[in-house]
Unconditional design. Structure first.
Length: 442
């Protein structure tokens, strides 16, 4: 795998030429594109906070995201990016475009193959991330689907450029999914990833106490993980899911999961879940020198549909560590226009009891949707503490949809506890969707 990335500049040059060649070859198909669709989202976020000693802080920030799809059944150009700006403090990245997706997709080649080139998200079993590279999906048969991917990691600021030191900043892997019958699916996946963290200046004291500025250059991180997962629908009313991840550097299982869901009756559904977790650390991380504890989690739950507009639910779980454990419990109800729930946490993770309530009511056939949420909790971070801390939070919002393609959404949030006499936050979002047919069907 490393041989593919061993030349720092060669792969990037080949990738650039490959993208240009593919774009030139696909340009006629793009010009005959069927559709042009997209979504524009403008967001504003601000908060003002006063703590218990009279210190006031505030922040205001704006975001503009854009997502465009251009193409037809066989060829499609996908883009997704964001601009952001801080109105209180000028930051280095303000006003610069962050690109999360800019890829060219060629679908159903020979009725079996999909090819995607450029900046793109990857979901391949245990591998999740974004790369500047290539992804190929193959329908090998009716019961076998294959996927392979590889490329450089994104720059830390998501700029539209290929990252330096590609041999130390890449992710590559693959996945195979077998479906011997419609009720059974088995997946095998593997990925290899390296990440070089940028250096930074830090203040450090020498042996006699003199404080100096030193340049810290972290070692690159390395991951090599394989995974197997399976889902089985025993019947229309019962199903199982299982998964296990293996770390080849640590030579141990880092995750194992088994869950089940059963429809006992038309009204009652029960669920069960077991998860084993071992902290996944990079191969040469500083933290790999310390002892880390595994944990096991058992959870059971139910959903009861009493009436079409009235549902009850609950779950209880235990998380077990070496010499300690945590517990959580939730019970609640969903109504037609809101909900009410109670939560309890205790043990190693702290102690908390809380109540949550929400209410929403559509007006004018859904054009207006006012909503209110209220929460109260009493908690303490350590079981040995004598006194609990009370926390109250509330939110009121309004969603306005004047047209099916345009939405305005605003919300005011309040929080109060011992440490913050007030914490006020305001969020606003405007979304616009569009979809246009541009030519004859391909």
């Amino acid at each position: 795998m490393l041989g593919f990335f061993d030349h720092k500049g060669g792969f990037m040059i080949r990738l650039k030429w490959l993208l240009v060649s593919m774009l030139a070859a696909l340009l006629p198909a793009l010009l005959r594109a069927q559709t042009f669709s997209g979504r524009l989202t403008s967001s504003f976020y601000a908060y003002e906070r006063s703590d218990s000693i009279g210190v006031n802080t505030g922040q205001a920030r704006g975001y503009q995201t854009f997502q465009f799809d251009f193409g037809g059944k066989e060829v499609r150009l996908r883009t997704y990016g964001q601009l952001d700006r801080d109105f209180n403090t000028r930051l280095a990245g303000d006003g610069k475009a962050r690109m999360y997706n800019l890829s060219l997709e060629w679908k159903n080649l020979a009725k079996r193959v999909d090819v995607q080139l450029g900046r793109q998200p990857v979901f391949g079993g245990s591998a999740v991330g974004t790369i500047d590279g290539a992804q190929i999906k193959v329908k090998a048969s009716r019961w076998l689907r294959l996927k392979a991917f590889g490329g450089g990691l994104l720059p830390s600021d998501q700029r539209l450029k290929l990252i330096d030191d590609l041999d130390k900043n890449y992710m590559a892997g693959g996945q195979a999914v077998l479906t011997p019958n419609p009720d059974l699916s088995i997946g095998l996946s593997f990925f290899d990833k390296r990440q070089l963290r940028p250096g930074y200046d830090a203040l450090r004291a020498d042996s006699i106490g003199n404080v100096l500025t030193l340049f810290v250059e972290p070692e690159d991180r390395a991951y090599r993980v394989g995974s197997v997962d399976a889902s089985w629908f025993v019947s229309p009313k019962a199903s199982f899911y299982a998964r296990s991840d293996y770390d080849f550097h640590a030579e141990q299982i880092t995750r194992a999961e088994l869950s089940t869901r059963a429809e006992v009756s038309r009204q009652l559904i029960v669920t069960g879940n077991y998860i084993f977790r071992s902290p996944r650390l990079p191969w040469n991380s500083l933290f790999s020198a310390f002892n880390v504890e595994d944990n096991h989690e058992l959870e059971g739950g139910f959903y009861f549909q009493y009436k079409p507009a009235l549902r009850f639910y609950g779950n209880v779980a235990g998380i077990f560590y070496d010499g300690d454990n945590s517990r959580r419990f939730t019970v609640g109800t969903d109504l037609k226009y809101g909900g009410l729930s109670y939560v309890h946490r205790s043990g190693y993770a702290g102690n908390l009891d809380g109540v949550n309530a929400s209410l929403h009511y559509p007006l004018q056939r859904g054009r207006f949707l006012p909503n209110v949420q209220l929460s109260w909790a009493a908690y303490k971070l350590d079981a040995g503490e004598a006194e609990r801390v009370s926390l109250f939070s509330g939110a009121a919002g309004l969603l306005v949809r004047p047209h099916k393609t345009l939405t305005f959404d605003g919300q005011l949030q309040l929080l109060h506890n011992r440490y913050y006499s007030n914490d006020v936050r305001f969020l606003f979002r405007m979304q616009y969707w569009f979809f246009t047919k541009l030519g004859a069907s391909s």
